[in-house]
Unconditional design. Sequence first.
Length: 164
Amino acid sequence: MSLEDLAQRAGIPVKALSHIEATNVSPSLGLLWKIAAGLGVAFADLLGRGGSAITVQRRADARVLRSEDGFLESRPLVTAGESRWVEAYELSLAAGASHTSEPHPTGTQEIVVVLGGALSIRIDSEVHELLVGDSISFKADLPHAYKNPGALPGRYHDIIVYAY
């Protein structure tokens, strides 16, 4: 696949891909998600490695990804690439902040559990308000956005299940 093809599929400028390929810049969390969607692969496949029968993910060893604005942090709960079908993350969202996610590949499901704070999540045009202990499962191939309506940082577990 050419850079032009990937740029078109991912909805990002060719120049941005060229800079990433040349390692001139570190891509943002949002850009990595777009590239994964454009390639039609799980997000973890971009960061992963081959798996073994047993892996241990140490919190200190996890590569934390941050959104461009720095308000969202995503820490993998399992080693990237261990499963082609499921990814698990701990998300932290600053008080009052929001983050829009690109739709995932067709058939992808997402489960979000509120561990601390609150969460207002928009899926397509529907908004759901969640509190500590609440969870939501939804079709993640739709446009969706997370918002922390509270005065304290929010913490969430995010499980992404791919259809392949």
